[in-house]
Design a protein around this ligand. Sequence first.
Ligand code: SAH
Length: 233
Amino acid sequence: MTTSHAAEGAPTGRVIYAWRQERRADRRRMIRRHLLARGIRDPRVLAAMAWVPRERFVAPAQARRAYDDAPLPTTHGQTISQPYIVALMTAEAGLSRRSRVLEIGTGTGYHTAVLAKLADFVWTVERVPELSQDAAHHLAQLGITNVVFVVGDGAQGYAPVAPYHAIVVSAAAPAAPPRLLNQLDLWGRLVIPVGDIGLQELMVYRRTPTGFDAHSAGPCRFVPLLSPAAFDE
Ligand code: SAH
């Protein structure tokens, strides 16, 4: 007698379909409650957030909480940023379809996937090799091909292909690292949490013909950027 996968407890096509429909509904709810309601209006950012399946980037036990407006624990003791902050940082980066983007702190790769949906190309730097590898694997599974994964100290930026239209840093620094500012194109933007360990302001620096202008997009809380150029280990 042959046993089917369904009989052995593996999910059937119908169960997988129903699960995906539920997560799609979760994403629509996330967009209404956590993004639109808090002022994220950019239709391209909302479309990218509606596309990326966040549940694939969290630990399996957390999949049903994947769309809560909270940072969640992932493997390797890391956290995935909350959806509102990912959307806010992405909107502040001011991306177009032609943008070349540098991301610092790949983490799970969730934010990388959102950036890759909006921009021409993304270079993403992570200091923990295992995280970089897992993120690369997740993005390949989603069919995302416009990302290069780099392992190293992101506070140094990534000089070989600079300058960038936007640099998005997902870890906190005591001040904007000069190397990152230097790798911005004219009118390019650096989005970075600046402050103390535990509480920061989400700062946006823009390169102008005469220097930089800056504004704060609000308070935030990120893990530290571990580097001699930021928070030393
Ligand atoms: N945006 C990510 C979460 C990033 S958490 C997501 O959506 O999943 C911050 C990440 O920054 C962690 O993975 C941490 O390992 C990484 N990090 C910390 N210091 C770094 C440095 N100097 N260079 C590169 N990555 C760094």
